[in-house]
Design a protein around this ligand. Structure first.
Ligand code: MN
Ligand code: MN
Length: 314
């Protein structure tokens, strides 16, 4: 069974796309099994329940040389701990290409669309396979989640078309109401410890010259209730400083995205981060917060600006 998995600190796309791609590969004659690389956020269980699908198991330790399929990521720092020793045979992704290398020619599908699931719908069509209801629910939910129901600048016409095509199959009559239910589930953070909130949607990136080794942790909290998050600002800033020290990082940032307004106010835990945020985004930090305006996409707006900032420093 070919293991299929998305990135660490999985979001709805990482889980849904692993499930859908494992099913698609199996239907095409490559038996495959979906796994997850961590605990679910608060949105994904809502989606799995709507789809009537079980939570995929945690990825077990894999022997060197094991064939694997990746979805929704390609960088080592966001993947299985020994990815460099595994044999990547398939990747379906919508992120920038990182340090991926393969031992053999592989099936690769990368497009700059808003969601991996949009590419999986294309793969179904190209294979002339019908889309089953559970898969339609998973893909629809992933596209709505990744694009924040088309609010994200990562949204493409292909993502909109995918939602229009999938909604009737998933029997979702009111897409806007369904998306709001998903976002409400995601925003119901309860008394989750600050360290867990930080890591719920968190990725580590290497920027600039590898010899200079700038490694940054970039978290995002997408919420319909930013007031709740800022009510816990002091705890979150402390958790960010702790994560930076524990993981030996050069900086940690946490974007707090107001889903409904499409704005991002970023938590900035220290002076060195504040200098980088000022240089990369021309955004001053006041009392631990930098207003990034409508820059709500880590993939398309945050990471490229930091990449450019650190490249220019060489
Ligand atoms: Mn993802
Ligand atoms: Mn994605």
């Amino acid at each position: 069974m070919l293991p299929v998995f998305g990135h660490l600190n999985p979001d709805t796309d990482a889980i849904a796309s692993a499930l859908v791609y494992a099913h698609l590969l199996s239907r095409q004659g490559t038996p495959a099994q979906a796994y997850r690389l961590g605990e679910l956020n608060f949105e994904t269980p809502f989606v799995l329940q709507k789809a009537g699908v079980e939570v995929p198991p945690l990825l077990p330790a894999l022997d060197a040389g094991t064939a694997v399929a990746l979805v929704d990521h390609n960088e080592r720092a966001q993947s299985a701990p020994n990815l460099a020793d595994l044999q990547v045979t398939h990747v379906v992704d919508h992120h920038k290409l990182g340090d991926l290398s393969t031992m053999q020619p592989a099936f690769l599908r990368f497009e700059p669309v808003g969601c991996t699931a949009t590419l999986l719908l294309k793969l179904h069509r190209e294979a002339r396979l019908s889309v089953e209801r559970a898969d339609a629910t998973l893909m629809l939910s992933a596209v709505l989640s990744d694009t924040l129901h088309f609010r994200s600048p990562t949204t493409t016409p292909d993502d909109r078309e995918a939602v229009a095509f999938l909604a009737p199959i998933a029997r979702v009559r009111d897409v806007m109401a369904y998306a709001l239910e998903m976002f409400a589930a995601k925003s119901d953070l309860g008394d989750t410890p600050a360290a867990e909130l930080l890591r719920m949607d968190y990725k580590v990136f290497a920027f600039g010259d590898p010899a200079l080794a700038q490694r940054w942790g970039l978290g995002m909290i997408e919420t319909t209730n930013p007031a709740y998050v800022f009510g816990r600002q002091a705890e979150l800033l402390a958790a960010m400083r702790a994560a930076k020290a524990a993981d030996g990082l050069d900086g940690v940032l946490l974007g707090v995205v107001d889903i409904l307004n499409g704005t991002n106010r970023m938590l900035v835990p220290g002076e060195s981060e504040a200098q980088v945020v000022q240089a990369a985004f021309a955004a001053p930090t006041v009392d631990g917060v930098a207003d990034l305006g409508d820059r709500i996409s880590r993939k398309k707006q945050i990471v490229p600006a930091l990449e450019q900032h650190f490249e220019a420093q060489v």
